[in-house]
Write a protein that binds this ligand. Structure first.
Ligand SMILES: [Zn+2]
Length: 191
């Protein structure tokens, strides 16, 4: 059987916004980075939340949580009231799973999922989102300046001036677009 190639993950330092980043270009040509249940399993494993298995309905639930976090973060960035449906989904996911914080001998923190289920993993992501949305973390929630992306990220830069969700993708593309636009307007002078 041929190996299917799936979009790579883009991982950040903040669990909740890394998770919302599994869907790219929400307002353009969408790129779904967890298109099948096994990819959610992979993503969770990479993020220290290994689960035994994932059903299509668990993947649906995960995406519902993801979009609820995105919607809530967008509201926070705009200083709008939180949409109650998004709050409901985040809170339900937070309470429907069980996980414990574990202090490693090296002095790090990892999560131990109660039953290694997707629900347990989603509860950790939901709790992380809650701490970000509640403003408990250093930085402020901002939205990527790319109109097709508008991904939420936690801006920890001094002065809070970060524009892009990721300098290597959105930031770079903008730079390139500006360069090409300049080139075009210059060459039109010659035409
Ligand atoms: Zn972006």
């Amino acid at each position: 059987m041929a190996t299917l190639r799936f979009p790579e993950f883009r991982l950040g330092k903040v669990l909740a916004t890394s998770f919302t980043g599994t869907l790219s270009e929400r307002y353009g040509e969408k790129l779904e980075r967890i298109p099948v249940p096994s990819r959610l399993v992979d993503w969770l494993a990479v993020n220290g939340l290994a689960v035994d298995s994932c059903t299509p309905s668990q993947l649906d639930r995960a995406r519902e949580l993801r979009e609820s976090i995105h919607t809530a973060a967008t509201a926070v960035a705009h200083q709008d009231p939180l949409p109650s449906s998004a709050v409901q989904v985040i809170n339900d996911c937070s309470t429907q799973g069980l996980a414990s914080a574990i202090l490693t001998p090296e002095g790090g923190r990892k999560w131990r999922l109660n039953s290694s289920s997707v629900e347990d993993a989603l509860s950790v992501i939901a709790a992380d989102a809650i701490s970000v949305l509640a403003g408990e973390r250093e930085g402020k929630i901002s939205l990527c300046a790319s109109p097709t992306c508008r991904a939420a990220f936690l801006d920890t830069s001094r002065g809070g001036t970060r524009k892009w969700c990721d300098m290597n993708t959105c930031g770079n593309r903008e730079k390139k677009a500006r360069f090409l636009a300049n080139k075009r307007s210059n060459s039109s002078l010659v035409d």
